[in-house]
Structure formats: structure tokens, C-alpha cells
Design a protein around this ligand. Structure first.
Ligand code: GDP
Length: 366
């Protein structure tokens, strides 16, 4: 599955957010820096209003959203790359996720200790990023020695990997995260970089955890974060973990009124989950029938047979073609029959690159 790791300094609201995400009030958040020790993992359904629309038209008995995984990673502190706090554990856990959701404390509350003794989310972001960069630097400096040697000895793989390593090292030595390289690398070098599995090459999303009153409009802290994120080409989500924790406990029929009272259109978590999904460069296609309407997750750029393989490997092996209807056509034309009559149901072959929202019906040999 696809995994987003929730990181941030202690006491910024990670556990509160994670618990709201998984609706498990179990691991109660506490005002204590090292309360989250083992990484908690939760599969979260991806909210998608298109599911309901499709299911209504296809008269499906069930709706099955797709899911992504969030991992609550134990609190990082200054010095983690040198093994401070739960440093090594933290870095190992972060290595195993595909993207980073970085929670920043943007709320004032004198009762909740801040590890650095002040509210400054941009400085906090730098503290965390610095630890990640130091860890990458150390790991690369260790690995590059052998690669240089092998490259001199005409080892083909080392010759391909070395320039990417050197580029990453140069960037880190300038005090920048490796992800600044992403836009300039070709696909092959991107693959090499990904295999190096560096912490600062993972895409990042900043979550501004604001007080309840600031949930709708944000505050000066979240504005500062947004400015920083923009400069990095990263995105930002404003959320109030306290509100999300409240919503997670409400009966479903009361959520709408509560959101309205808070000046919100939808739960912040819905925005967060969607942002995480986008961060991972994922898209959704659908299957629809009387039994169920179901969302499936694929990487952007996936071709029809591999998309079918997400459902079952036999679908990929025996792939013949995919009857495909764009979501907008499906809705506008009242479903499969209408789309067929209007010539909007396409027969796509092995080279078809699936689009977000496609409603697909795979034909395959068994
Ligand atoms: P973590 O260490 O980052 O996982 O932080 P926690 O989620 O455990 O939160 C630390 C403390 O801050 C807890 O007492 C939470 O109730 C509190 N907290 C979390 N989010 C908010 C918030 O948005 N507003 C306020 N006032 N307190 C919060």
C-alpha cells in the first residue's frame, strides 16, 4: 500500500490528528514528549464524492472507497540524527514511508509544553528538516566511498549511481533538502534517487495545526508556513486537530451542523487525506455494478493492464481490452447505457494510460 508518515516535534498534535484519522481514541494523546513510541499505522478510506454519484447511477448495493495508510511516527527532537531522543528509531520509520506529512504547531496554549519553549512553526520545520538532512548527509557520505571505488573499477551500476549521489551530496552540503533536485532529474536518475531512499527526497506536505477559532481562516503562523512551503514547491493544509478529534467522536448526523458552526465546509481530515493522496502522485479509477461501486488506486501514468492487475493478477495476465467511460460522461449521460448510446464508451487497449476518474470494465481471458 501507499504510506504517509506523520512527523513533527513532540506536542504539536500528531497523535491527536492520527487518532482522529483512525477514530481510535485508544492511544490517548498526552501532554508528554515521548508518549508515542511505536509507530502506529492506520488504513484510512479516501473520501471521494464521485463514489456516491456513480453508485447512485449504477444502483450499487455497496460503496468501497480506496485507502491509504498513515503512520504516526514517534516524536523527533533536535539531535535525532545523532541518536538523541528516539532519533534512530524515528529515522528508520521515516525511511519506510512514501511521503511525509509534517505537522507544525500553529496554536498557542500555555498549558501544552513546547519543546523549544516558543511557537515558531517555520523554525520548527527547519529543526526537523535539519535532522533529516544531517541523516541523509551521513548516510550518503558513508555510501559514496564504496560507489566511487566501484565506479573507478568500471562497475556499470556504480557509474550510473555515482553522479546522482554526488548531486545529492552537493545539495545537502548547501543545506538544502534533496527534493530540490526532483524537477531537474530525468526519469532514470529519478529512479536511482528513489532507490537511494533518502529522507529529504520524499515529498512533503505541511499541516498547520491551528486553534479551533483559526480553523477556517488560519492565522499568522499558518501564513508563515504557507509562505515557506510555497518557496519549496510544497503544499499546506490548515487543520485544527482539536476540532478533528471532536468530529471523530460525533454521531455522523451531527457532523454537518458542527462543521457549519465552525465555519467549515468539510472535515479538515478529508482535505488532509486528499492532499496526502495527491502528494503520492496517485489517481483513482472506478469499477461499478449492481454489487458495488469501488475505487482503485494507481500511480499516475499506469497503463490499462497494470491498472487491471491491481484488482487481480489474472486481469493483467489475460488482459484483452478495457471498456472505459470518463467520470463526467458517465454522470452526464446517466451511466453505461447512455454513455454507449452517445459513443462515449471507449474500447481501450494495452497501451491506454488510465485517467483519473475513468470507470472501467476489463475484458480478459481466464
Ligand atoms: P504529539 O506529541 O505531536 O503526538 O502531540 P499530541 O497529539 O499528543 O498533543 C499534545 C498535546 O497538545 C495534547 O495535550 C493535545 O490535547 C494538545 N493539542 C493537540 N492539538 C491541539 C490543538 O489544536 N489545540 C490545543 N489547544 N491543544 C492541542
Amino acid at each position: 500500500g501507499f504510506r504517509c508518515g506523520i512527523v513533527g516535534l513532540p506536542n504539536v498534535g500528531k497523535s491527536t490528528l492520527f487518532n482522529a484519522l483512525t477514530k481510535t481514541a485508544a492511544a490517548a494523546a498526552a501532554n508528554y514528549p515521548f508518549c508515542t513510541i511505536e509507530p502506529n499505522t492506520g488504513d484510512v478510506p479516501v473520501p471521494d464524492p464521485r463514489l456516491k454519484a456513480i453508485a447512485g447511477i449504477a444502483k450499487s448495493a455497496n460503496i468501497l472507497p480506496t485507502r491509504i495508510t498513515f503512520v504516526d511516527i514517534a516524536g523527533l527532537v533536535r539531535g535525532a540524527s545523532k541518536g538523541e531522543g528516539l532519533g534512530n528509531q524515528f529515522l528508520a520509520n521515516i525511511r519506510e514511508v512514501d511521503a511525509i506529512v509534517h505537522v507544525l504547531r500553529c496554536f498557542e496554549d500555555d498549558d501544552i509544553t513546547h519543546v523549544e519553549g516558543r511557537i515558531d512553526p517555520v523554525a520548527d520545520a527547519e529543526t526537523v528538516e535539519t535532522e533529516l538532512m544531517l541523516s541523509d548527509l551521513e548516510s550518503l557520505e558513508r555510501r559514496v566511498v564504496g560507489t566511487r571505488k566501484k565506479a573507478t573499477g568500471k562497475d556499470k551500476e556504480a557509474i550510473a549511481v555515482l553522479p546522482v549521489m554526488e548531486k545529492a551530496l552537493a545539495v545537502l552540503n548547501e543545506g538544502k533538502p534533496v527534493r530540490v533536485l526532483l524537477p531537474e532529474l530525468d526519469p532514470e536518475d529519478l529512479r536511482i534517487l528513489k532507490n537511494l531512499n533518502l529522507l529529504t527526497s520524499k515529498p512533503v506536505l505541511y499541516v498547520c495545526n491551528v486553534a479551533e477559532d483559526d480553523a477556517a481562516a488560519g492565522n499568522e503562523h499558518s501564513q508563515a508556513v504557507a509562505k515557506m512551503a510555497e518557496a519549496q514547491g510544497a503544499s499546506t493544509v490548515i487543520i485544527s486537530a482539536a476540532i478533528e478529534a471532536e468530529i471523530a467522536q460525533l454521531p455522523e448526523e451531527e457532523v454537518g451542523d458542527y462543521l457549519e458552526a465552525m465555519g467549515l465546509h468539510e472535515p479538515g481530515l478529508d482535505r488532509l487525506i486528499r492532499a496526502g493522496y495527491e502528494l503520492l502522485d496517485l489517481i483513482t479509477y472506478f469499477t461499478a455494478g449492481p454489487k458495488e461501486t469501488r475505487a482503485w488506486t494507481i500511480d499516475k501514468g499506469t497503463k490499462a493492464p497494470q491498472a487491471a492487475g491491481v484488482i487481480h493478477t489474472d486481469f493483467e495476465k489475460g488482459f484483452i481490452r478495457a471498456q472505459t467511460i470518463a467520470y463526467d460522461d458517465f454522470v452526464a449521460l446517466g451511466g453505461e447505457t447512455g454513455a454507449k448510446e452517445a459513443g462515449k464508451s471507449r474500447d481501450e487497449g494495452k497501451e491506454y494510460v488510465v485517467s483519473d476518474g475513468d470507470i472501467m470494465n476489463f475484458k480478459f481471458n481466464v
